[in-house]
Design a protein. Structure first.
Length: 171
């Protein structure tokens, strides 16, 4: 994965390998604490947009860290298309993260084999009709899916770094 990641806890950009290393170090610093690893994605509600994918590592009850990256600009003509692409961005990141954590930290590192995916859909609003499809997508990849209002990694963390695209490609 060639994405460049950013984090409020780091002054310089990180590559994916460095993000994985940071996650492992953070969790190993207090091994007896319960942790959650959560991936979520968000995008601006525009036809031409970028996806921000965030990886949050929570030390339950004691804060956490997060890392985020932006995709290339993509065309999403409908809300359904945008939500499906957001969901796949989160699923892809979660799958790659699980694989790399297992590779670098060993089989025992993922204590319950779960990385949670937060999806930016909810029972209220225009995305309610997409819930079954996107939750099913995540479950199909063996991931636990969480929707709004609990899906903070997508609609709070990733959203914090989602901005309108100023230089849109021509239509």
């Amino acid at each position: 994965m060639s994405a460049i990641f950013h984090s409020p806890s780091k002054k310089t950009p990180l590559n994916f390998r460095e993000v994985v290393s940071e996650i492992i170090s953070y969790i190993q610093s207090e091994k007896n604490q319960p942790y959650k690893i959560i991936v979520g994605a968000d995008s601006a509600a525009e036809n031409w947009t970028q996806f921000v994918t965030a990886v949050s590592v929570l030390k339950v009850g004691k804060g956490g860290r997060y890392f985020w990256t932006k995709s290339e600009i993509v065309f999403c003509p409908t809300l359904q298309d945008r939500i499906y692409k957001e969901t796949m961005a989160a699923i892809t990141m979660a799958q790659e993260l699980k694989s790399r954590l297992r590779e670098f930290a060993g089989e025992d590192f993922l204590w319950d084999e779960k990385v949670i995916v937060h999806i930016d859909v909810g029972k209220n609003g225009p995305t309610r009709d997409l819930i079954d499809a996107v939750v099913g997508m995540a479950k199909g990849y063996g991931l636990e899916a969480v929707i709004k209002p609990e899906a903070f990694c997508s609609f709070v963390v990733a959203d914090r770094h989602t901005h309108s695209i100023e230089n849109r490609p021509p239509h």
